[in-house]
Design a protein around this ligand. Structure first.
Ligand code: AMP
Length: 417
C-alpha cells in the first residue's frame, strides 16, 4: 500500500472549522490598527538570505540555527522569512517611504518560518500579526505601539496578560554595557553553562535567558543595562513609562528582557499570558533605530511588534460567532433541471445571499436531508411540477415562478417586515 503523506513536522492545516477564529483575529487587528493609521503591507514569503543575516543579526539563534535557507535554480541564496521587521524595513527603503509623512505605520498578518523544536504553541510555520512605525524616535510612538498591542490582546480576550518592559539604550550604550557584562561573565566563567560560556564573545546578553542554575546565580549579580542608561536614553525611557502610566497600563520593569533579535535599541517589551504553558510569550517587540541603516538605507528610527496567532488562539477566552448559515439551498430533480438550478443559485448569490445547489446527484429526498444538515433557511425545489420554495423552519411550501421571486421571498424571510 502506498504510504500516507502527512504535513511536515511543526506545521499544521487550518481547517474550515478553525478559519472563523482566525478571521476574527484578523478583523479585530484590522479595525484597531487601521483605526490608528496603520496600513496593511504584504512582503514576499522569501527574501535574499542577506536581509536576515544583516537585519536579524549573525549571532542570533534565528540566523544561526533556525532559517529555512535554500538556493534557487539561479544560484541565489534565499530564505523563508523568519520574522517580519527586516522585510518591512527593506520595503520601506525600496519604495522610498522616507519621503512620506513620518512615521510610516504599517501592519501585516503573515506566516513565518523557523526551524524550532516543535511543541504546543511552537511551530515551524506560524502566523504573526505585526505592526511597524518607521521614521520617528518620539517616545509617543513607543507608547502608542505598546498600547495598541495591549488593546488588541484585551479585545481578543487573551487572559492573564503581563507586560514586561525594558530599555536597551542606543547602540553605543549597549556596546559599552556589553563589554562590562562580558568581563562579569568571564570572571565567573566556571559557574556558567557551557552554552552561555561559548557565547560570551558573540552574544553575552542572551545569558539572561538561560535557565541553568549556575548561570542564573551569576546573572543575579550582573551589571544591569537599565542602570547604565544615560542622558537622552534615560529621558526617552522615562517618557515612554510616563505615557504608559498615564494610560493606566501596568508593566514590570525587567532588566533581563533580552529579545532574540540583534536589532533592538532603547524600548523593548514583551507580553506574556499565564493562560499559556511553557511558551508564554504572546507578543513583543521594540525599537530598532539602527536597523534601516544596517540594511543600506538612510538613518531612520523605527519600532514594532509581532504577536503569535497560535498563541492568541490558545490564550483567548472569547470566541467568535459561528459561521453564517446557508440562506438558500437549490434542490432539483434530475440533471435536466441543473441549468435552471444554476440560474436560481446565481441570482441568489448576486443578491448577496449564501446559496448552494446540489452537486452530488442525490435523490430529491436526499437533497432535502442534506439541506437540513446544512441548516439552510430555505430550499428551492425544482421538479416536474415547477418550482416551490420551502421554509425550513415552518416547512411551509409556496409556489414560485422565477429565480427573482425566490430571491424576493428569501430576502423577505430574512428581514420580516
Ligand atoms: P518574536 O518574533 O520571536 O519576537 O516572536 C513574537 C511572537 O511570535 C511570540 O511572542 C510568539 O507569540 C510568536 N512566535 C514566535 N515564534 C513562534 C513559533 N515558532 N511558533 C509559534 N509562535 C511563535
Amino acid at each position: 500500500m502506498t504510504q500516507k503523506l502527512q504535513a511536515p513536522r511543526g506545521t499544521y492545516d487550518v481547517l474550515p472549522d478553525q478559519a472563523a477564529a482566525r478571521r476574527w483575529i484578523e478583523h479585530t487587528a484590522e479595525r484597531l490598527l487601521e483605526g490608528a493609521g496603520y496600513r496593511r503591507i504584504e512582503t514576499p514569503t522569501f527574501e535574499a538570505t542577506e536581509l536576515f543575516a544583516r537585519g536579524v543579526g549573525e549571532s542570533t539563534d534565528i540566523v544561526q540555527k533556525e532559517m529555512y535557507t535554500f538556493q534557487d535554480a539561479g544560484g541565489r541564496s534565499l530564505t523563508l522569512r523568519p520574522e517580519g521587521t527586516a522585510p518591512v524595513c527593506r520595503a520601506y527603503v525600496d519604495h522610498g517611504m522616507q519621503k512620506l509623512p513620518q512615521p510610516v505605520k504599517l501592519w501585516y498578518l503573515s506566516s513565518f518560518f523557523r526551524y524550532e523544536r516543535a511543541q504546543a504553541g511552537r511551530y515551524r510555520q506560524f502566523w504573526q500579526v505585526g505592526a511597524e512605525a518607521i521614521g520617528s524616535d518620539d517616545p509617543a510612538v513607543d507608547a502608542e505601539a505598546i498600547l495598541l498591542l495591549h488593546e488588541l490582546l484585551a479585545e481578543l480576550g487573551v487572559g492573564d496578560v503581563r507586560l514586561r518592559l525594558s530599555s536597551l539604550g542606543t547602540a553605543a550604550t549597549r556596546a559599552a554595557y556589553r563589554e562590562e557584562l562580558q568581563s562579569h561573565l568571564r570572571a565567573h566563567a566556571d559557574r556558567l553553562s557551557e552554552e552561555v560560556r561559548g557565547r560570551i564573545d558573540l552574544n553575552p546578553l542572551r545569558a539572561f535567558d538561560s535557565d541553568h542554575p549556575g548561570t542564573q546565580e551569576v546573572m543575579a549579580t550582573a551589571p544591569r543595562l537599565l542602570d547604565r542608561l544615560e542622558g537622552e536614553d534615560a529621558e526617552h525611557f522615562a517618557q515612554v513609562r510616563a505615557l504608559l502610566d498615564a494610560e493606566g497600563v501596568a508593566y514590570q520593569l525587567d532588566h533581563g528582557l533580552v529579545r532574540g533579535l540583534d536589532y533592538y535599541t532603547r524600548t523593548v517589551f514583551e507580553f506574556t499570558s499565564d493562560a499559556l504553558g511553557a511558551q508564554s510569550g504572546v507578543g513583543g517587540g521594540g525599537r530598532y533605530d539602527g536597523l534601516i541603516q544596517q540594511l543600506g538605507g538612510p538613518a531612520t528610527a523605527g519600532i514594532g511588534w509581532a504577536a503569535g496567532i497560535e498563541r492568541i488562539l490558545l490564550a483567548a477566552e472569547q470566541r467568535p460567532a459561528p459561521e453564517p448559515v446557508v440562506d438558500l439551498y437549490v434542490a432539483y430533480d434530475g440533471p435536466e433541471r441543473r441549468r435552471e438550478a444554476f440560474v436560481v443559485a446565481g441570482e441568489a448569490r448576486r443578491a448577496g445571499m449564501s446559496a448552494q445547489l446540489e452537486l452530488a446527484g442525490r435523490s430529491l429526498k436526499g437533497q432535502l436531508r442534506h439541506a437540513a444538515r446544512l441548516e439552510a433557511r430555505y430550499v428551492a425545489i425544482l421538479d416536474g411540477e415547477g418550482m416551490r420554495l420551502m421554509d425550513m423552519e415552518t416547512h411551509e411550501q409556496q409556489d414560485v415562478d422565477s429565480a427573482a421571486a425566490v430571491v424576493a421571498r428569501v430576502i423577505k424571510g430574512r428581514h420580516p417586515a
